[in-house]
Write a protein that binds this ligand. Structure first.
Ligand code: HEM
Length: 198
């Protein structure tokens, strides 16, 4: 959907990692654009937009509203991560919003609210982000992901997601091809040298 984002991330991977191997965790601090891409991915469309339902354990007052004990409350993560005051033009997928002077900008709120809040915050958040890093960096290092194009050559795809407590993207029509013969060879070498494939 955002070919220019893919190209920027691939250029960064090529510069930092080179061509003979896949990215690993040692590369991560240098892959600033990729880090911002993952942050934007989590901000732009959350897997759990309303977190998980909780119940208040005592009476409370929030911004003038009385909330009795045992009320079911849900955290509106979707709103927090699409608040235009925090994230201008929030529906636009733009990893650059998190970058300043070639680094992650600490002035822009990290979208960690995607993992909920307080005592019941997601305990899987670190494995989740690390997994996204491994998956996205490895795929972009060696493959081009492309979608059907319209008459003007622009991506002809509308994002759609399942509706529910957990939102999945509907499977997009896309093709995944090696970026070049050199990348194809790297993938084949990795497959044949992986002992789990024997
Ligand atoms: C991108 C991936 C993920 C997202 C966006 C996510 C998001 C969330 C959210 C919003 C909550 C509710 C927090 C709250 O109620 O305030 C939650 C809870 C939870 N998540 Fe995740 N999660 C992800 C991946 C994972 C993974 C990989 C694991 C396990 C390895 C995991 C395990 C849990 C558990 C056990 C809870 C319940 C915690 C509790 O109620 O004390 N999550 N997650």
């Amino acid at each position: 959907m955002y070919p220019e984002v893919q190209k920027r991330a691939q250029k960064e991977i090529d510069e930092v990692v080179g061509y003979g191997r896949l990215p690993d965790f040692n590369d991560r601090p240098q892959l600033v654009y990729l880090e911002a891409l993952i942050m934007e991915l989590l901000r732009w469309h959350q897997p759990a937009p309303l977190a998980i339902a909780h119940s208040t354990s005592e009476d409370d007052v929030y911004e003038g509203y009385f909330i009795p004990k045992d009320t079911v409350v849900m955290g509106n993560i979707w709103h927090i991560l699409h608040d235009p005051e925090t994230y201008p033009d929030p529906f636009n997928f733009n990893p650059d919003r998190f970058i300043k002077d070639g680094k992650i900008n600490p002035q822009v709120t990290n979208p960690e609210a995607v993992f909920g809040f307080g005592r019941r915050i997601c305990p899987g958040q670190y494995i989740a982000v690390d997994t996204l890093y491994v998956l996205i960096s490895s795929v972009l290092a060696v493959f081009d992901v492309s979608v059907p194009k319209d008459a003007n050559g622009n991506p002809d795809i509308k994002p759609s997601f399942s509706i529910g407590l957990i939102c999945h993207p509907d499977p997009p029509k896309c093709s995944i091809t090696p970026r070049s013969d050199r990348h194809k060879e790297l993938v084949q070498n990795l497959l044949t040298s992986d002992p789990t494939n024997e």
